[in-house]
Design a protein around this ligand. Sequence first.
Ligand code: PEP
Ligand code: MN
Length: 346
Amino acid sequence: MATNVSPELLIVMKGGATAEQTENVVARLSEAGAHARVTRGREATVIGAIGEQELLTSLPLEAYPGVEQVLPILKPYKLVSREMVPDPTVIESRGRKIGDGWFGLIAGPCSVETHEQTLEAARVVAAAGSTMLRGGAFKPRTSPYSFQGLGVEALSILRDVREETGLPIVTELMDPRHVEEVLDVADVIQIGARNMQNFLLLAELGRIDRPVLLKRGLSSSVEELLMAAEYVAKEGNERIILCERGIKTFETATRYTLDLGAVAVLKTETHLPVIVDPSHAAGRRDLVLPLARAAAAVGADGIIVEVHPRPEEALSDGPQQIPADEFADFARSVIEVVTLMGREIG
Ligand code: PEP
Ligand code: MN
């Protein structure tokens, strides 16, 4: 649904409204030149109407049979809001699921360094029942002198490793010029914290048919994160996973400050799955487990965690990566909380 006008009204149908009554409202909206997006939720059917504000408000929608109430969408984000889509969205890839009752356990190395290193990590991650494998090919590094990732070579390693383990691949896209190459391999495209407000990149992803994992900017508000997601959704791609990965505050005891409050807020504001990256937030491996368990407890829909066969040799983020031989215990401990929350690994 590519459009230049924003959805402005929500038409909530009565519990007992018939499909015909809903179709009738949709037809009336279409006649008025508006676009209608119907969501058949567990509680009620909701129609989001996108169109000229004045035209929309002049329609006597409340008088239509089956209509319970008509509400304006007051939030600046529309398509990603919970008002628009009352039921939680589930993101599926290669039979794995994230969202609603499905907790996504995404794990793997910070960077793809070699075939062996990636495969070793992937095998451990798969054996622990993880949902997806992460691994950076293009790395957004603070210093231009740091390892920048293997690029295209890493993508072909990821493809091989997927073949061996069956795990869907999550990898970062930094540059719109690499869309095709990354799309060739990535099952989920990661947008890093530093690119959260790269609006051209976001719009580009809105036009493709692949789930997007959008990380919160280092100094971005919850609303800015949701507006970034709206950029993707507005172009037609509503398969978005949001990720809290820690923000910059005065506190330096951890690498970033993990904002678990934001996760709780996001869960009320959006229908999109919300996951947590405890690795980048903590910056040190001994804190990753408690933050991961806290994420599960606060209601996150998953975590994305860095795992390396030999963290001391890692080309990026060594101090925060969990040694592969400790990952089974790590996963078990997180799953305890996931189970307590009434969820299952997707
Ligand atoms: C990463 O996931 O490796 C990464 C660079 O994360 P962020 O964009 O959150 O810093
Ligand atoms: Mn990293």
